[in-house]
Design a protein around this ligand. Structure first.
Ligand SMILES: *Cc1c(COP(=O)(O)O)cnc(C)c1O
Length: 227
């Protein structure tokens, strides 16, 4: 079992193109299991909940980088700033300001990605594509955050190929924002693709993929990329 998780990570890392970063999405995985992924070469752990992250961080510590990939609540920002190396899910001016405020207090600069609701789905987190530029113009002046790219969940399609036009739309948006040359805004990272869709995402320019089932539960349909 434990060897298996190590092997899964090794396998994925060996298949990823040069320059692509793997975020292992831990979900509610026990810290000991996260350590197995790290033994296989995982260098970035993604967490959806600050409380879960805190628990894992106590065991794992700074030997990896921590990305926040869930929905960040204002009242959790202070705690999150002590754990995370990147917040992938900024989707409002208010949350950006809160991050900036707490980072200013501890003299930290936080790299962030803006989460985009590229499929314009109701009840999906993220800003609509046309609102990304206005959001960036409002937050690019915040001294203690650095916008480094975009992130999306993408619509949950029936087949991985259904995601392709949305992933392509993300890349177009990223390139357009880059061309604006906004101060403090760098479009270095495009975080998209999960277990079922990361191959497609890579084809459309993702350089961060976030994988959970592929690492921890490869026997599921999702883990085999069959969904
Ligand atoms: C769970 C999760 C993932 C990983 O999903 P899998 O399909 O298990 O690979 C990626 N990104 C986010 C934001 C998640 O919540």
């Amino acid at each position: 079992m434990s060897r298996k998780i190590e092997q899964n990570v090794r396998q994925v890392l060996s298949e990823l193109p040069e320059g692509v970063h793997l975020v292992v999405a831990a979900k509610v995985t026990e810290p000991e299991v996260i350590l197995q992924a790290i033994a296989g070469g995982a260098r970035i752990i993604g967490e959806n909940y600050v409380q879960e992250a805190e628990r894992a961080y106590q065991v794992v510590g700074d030997r990896v980088r921590w990305h926040f990939i869930g929905h960040l609540q204002k009242n959790k920002v202070k705690k999150a700033m002590g754990i995370f190396d990147m917040i992938e899910t900024v989707d409002s001016v208010a949350i950006a300001r809160e991050i900036d405020k707490w980072c200013a207090q501890s003299g930290k600069i936080m790299p962030v990605l803006v989460e985009v609701n590229i499929g314009r789905e109701a009840q999906k987190p993220g800003v609509l594509p046309e609102n990304v530029e206005p959001l960036l113009r409002e937050i690019s002046g915040l001294a203690n955050i650095r916008v480094q790219g975009l992130m999306t969940l993408g619509p949950a399609g029936a087949a991985p190929e259904d995601s392709r036009p949305y992933f392509a739309g993300m890349k177009k948006l990223l390139d357009r924002i880059e061309s604006l040359g906004l101060a403090n805004v760098e479009m270095r990272y495009l975080s998209m693709g999960m277990t079922g869709s990361y191959q497609v995402a890579l084809g459309e320019g993702a350089n961060i993929v976030r994988l959970g089932s592929r690492v921890f539960n490869p026997c599921s349909r999702e883990g085999l990329g069959l969904t």
